[in-house]
Design a protein around this ligand. Structure first.
Ligand code: GTP
Ligand code: MG
Length: 171
């Protein structure tokens, strides 16, 4: 009774895309923090949904820390990949990191669900989730379930839809 299935999730994406802000938003309001700073290395966070208890590896997206990501791929039962929809210049870098991720031996042949958050939808001139999906060539991912949502981590818009999709993939 009250026992929820434990799931490990990796939260990946470039620096400044909003990973830590998103994870913070998914926690109960009394556990949320006001001041979010760039992640150093990674941080382990927890949040719950109706049926699951998530442990999130909130990885730093800074270039110098991205080589840490692959050490956790084996642990991840799902991936949340966050994109800054307003950062058009670095969309190609996000695509490179995504391609490296999905071709890694610890990810490539596993049916690990990937939830994409096209974040910062509130920023003027940000790209739509459809456009982000095209630029990242998501339709080429055929061996894993994936889903993309436009989100605004500042007010939480879109986050619930994504997490519900993730929950349905796992339970
Ligand atoms: P690293 O830890 O360096 O990899 O960055 P991160 O991906 O964890 O980004 P973080 O959550 O620290 O957010 C970076 C900045 O983007 C912060 O100033 C956030 O307030 C801001 N931010 C996050 N989400 C949104 C959003 O949806 N809209 C807007 N306008 N700003 C956002
Ligand atoms: Mg962070």
């Amino acid at each position: 009774l009250g026992l929820k299935k434990e799931v490990n999730v990796l939260c990946l994406g470039l620096d400044n895309s909003g990973k830590t802000t998103i994870i913070n938003r998914l926690k109960p309001s009394n556990a949320q923090t006001q001041d979010i700073v760039p992640t150093i290395g990674f941080s382990i966070e927890k949040f719950k949904t109706s049926s699951l208890s998530f442990t999130v590896f909130d990885m730093s997206g800074q270039g110098r820390y991205r080589n840490l990501w692959e050490h956790y791929y084996k642990e991840g039962q799902a991936i949340i990949f966050v994109i800054d929809s307003a950062d058009k210049l670095r969309m190609v870098v996000a695509k490179e990191e995504l391609d490296t991720l999905i071709n890694h031996p610890d990810v490539k042949h596993r049916r690990v669900p990937i939830l994409f958050f096209a974040n910062k939808m509130d920023v003027r001139d940000s790209l739509s989730s459809v456009k982000v999906s095209q630029l990242l060539c998501l339709e080429n991912i055929k061996d894993k379930p994936w889903h993309i949502c436009a989100t605004n981590a500042l007010n939480g818009e879109g986050l619930q839809e994504g997490v519900e999709w993730l929950q349905d993939q796992i339970k």
